[in-house]
Design a protein around this ligand. Structure first.
Ligand SMILES: [Ca+2]
Length: 516
């Protein structure tokens, strides 16, 4: 087992270094549409909020929306602390990202803006100086703010970014074991098999121990787990050995077994069929170096320490009586496919990629216990919502909207569709530039720059997105309207441009290996 783990670690460390373009960080600023030069950090107050809430925002990496114990998706998976949040707090059952990739999504969370607005469109771009992170407004309003964990927007340093009084982070993706951390400006090198998730928990608790009920606080806990070099804590290694993964019905071109779904493989885009045999496809995943079943089990094992971390933070807040005025968030930065459409990873606009877990706890401020919210919310809503909890109105340049009224069961004008964008990047050339619009019932996906078929799904009848209806005459008007709607959104939000970055990094591309 140890040898296997070492091999796995070495391989995936290489992947991480490559996928992050570590040696060639692109630092660009003032891209069209990304500029918000105004730095007035004073926001209007919301009178109805009598006392600013403390907020702990816990983010995990690549955790898909349904892999939690209480959803029942994976029968043997146990996540008691996510279950505690999901069943006693608030479960947003329809939470989505606007771009399913680490850095762009993280930037959207921190700014309340679409990727084409904040300008972080890939995993290499740094954030322009003109961009404002919502904790900067909290600081201005008198909050004590802390950041612990993965930042991953610009790889050149691990130092403190604007908006935080307390700072613990690392460069880029970091590592699971023996990390080098920047702890409030001091480099700390671990060499004692310290595990990153546990360190993030410890530093988070250190911050919380300095807080009280006198000054409001905000803590951003940003996990490395469960990003794709999946390495569980030693105490969880092999926890799920021998457990069988569930293979989704679209994993193979011909549906087999007990599934009775109709898989319209003829109308699967060519790029999806090709990606099956690539770094991010089930037929040649990680170029043959990892087996699907092991990959699946390690992901779940790695998730266990994230769940424990949530539990430690909840326990501390409860024991200290801080939960009275504190709201805890748990969210993923993007989803992850495990075989759906023959794919692994994220980026694309299928459900497993764009959906994320989103749970809130501290329910005494949010109505009855164990509330499910069906309305579609997105990563761009986090910043306006947390500002709302602090009694602050969102700034005009945020694209998202506070979902706090939904927590209180208020009838408000809410979005009926969500939009999605992903921009092609050189290290993983298998996935094209993608736009999508999704309603409660339909999803329209449009690809840019390739000669391929677009997609339309009836999600109510076809939750697996197995029957592309784009060529079905009965759905032609629906596709046309959604297409028009998509482009109206892009026009209205200044998104009618494709951001191009300087060429960088290594293509993870076995077909045209070594070429420029
Ligand atoms: Ca991620």
């Amino acid at each position: 087992m140890k040898t296997d783990l070492m091999k796995y670690f070495t391989l995936l460390l290489a992947v991480v270094l490559i996928s992050c373009g570590k040696s060639e960080t692109i630092e660009e600023s003032n891209e069209p549409g990304s500029s918000d030069k105004q730095k007035n950090l004073t926001l209007n107050k919301i009178d109805s909020v009598s006392k600013p809430k403390n907020v702990v925002f816990i983010l995990s990496d690549d955790h898909r929306y349904d892999f939690m114990g209480f959803t029942g998706k994976v029968p043997f998976l146990e996540t008691p602390n996510m279950d505690r949040m999901g069943t006693k707090g608030v479960h947003f059952k329809n939470a989505f990202v606007t771009t399913s990739l680490c850095s762009p999504s993280r930037a959207s969370i921190l700014t309340g803006q679409f990727s084409h607005h904040h300008g972080v469109v890939d995993n290499q771009s740094a954030v322009a100086d003109s961009v404002t992170f919502f904790p900067q407004y909290l600081q201005e309003a008198g909050y004590k703010t802390g950041y612990v964990g993965k930042w991953h927007m610009g790889e050149h340093h691990a130092g403190a970014r604007p908006g935080f009084d307390y700072w613990v982070s690392f460069r880029g993706q970091g590592v699971y074991y023996n990390p080098t951390l920047n702890v409030n400006g001091t480099e700390k090198v671990y060499s004692d098999s310290s595990y990153i998730t546990d360190l993030i928990t410890e530093y988070s608790l250190d911050f919380l121990k300095e807080q009280n009920n006198q000054q409001p606080f905000f803590l951003y806990v940003s996990h490395k787990g469960v990003h794709s070099e999946f390495q569980p804590a030693e105490r969880h290694a092999d926890e799920y050995a021998g457990k069988d993964p569930q293979y989704p019905p679209t994993m193979n071109p011909k549906v087999t077994g007990s599934s009775d779904i109709y898989y319209n493989y003829e109308d699967v885009p060519k790029w999806v069929k090709e990606q099956r045999y690539s770094w991010h496809g089930v037929d040649y995943m990680y170029h043959g170096q990892i087996k699907f079943d092991d990959f699946y089990r390690r992901y779940l094992e790695t998730l266990l320490s994230v769940d424990e971390s949530i539990g430690e933070i909840l326990d501390y807040l409860e024991e200290e009586g801080l939960l009275e005025n504190t709201i805890v968030f748990y969210m993923g930065d993007n989803g992850f496919s495990f075989g759906e459409h023959g794919l692994i990873d994220k980026r694309h606009a299928y459900e497993e990629s764009i959906r994320v877990p989103l749970l809130l706890y501290g329910a005494q401020h949010m109505g009855e216990e164990g509330k499910d919210i069906e309305k579609m919310v997105q990563n761009i809503d986090i910043a306006p919502s947390i500002l709302h909890m602090a009694g602050l109105d969102k700034p005009e340049n945020m694209d998202g909207k506070s979902f706090v009224p939904l927590l209180h069961g208020q009838e408000i004008d809410w979005r009926e569709r969500i939009y999605y964008e992903y921009f092609w990047e050189r290290p993983f050339p298998q996935t094209p530039t993608t736009y999508a619009v999704r309603t409660d019932k339909y999803k329209y996906i449009r690809y840019h720059g390739i000669w391929d078929i677009n997609e339309l799904y009836n999600l109510e009848e076809d939750p697996w997105e197995a029957n592309n209806l784009i060529r079905n005459p009965e759905y032609k008007e629906i596709a046309k309207n959604l297409n028009q709607d998509l482009f109206e959104w892009l026009k209205e939000t200044n998104g009618l441009h494709i951001p191009v970055r300087k060429d960088y990094g290594t293509k993870i591309d076995h077909k045209y290996k070594g070429t420029y």
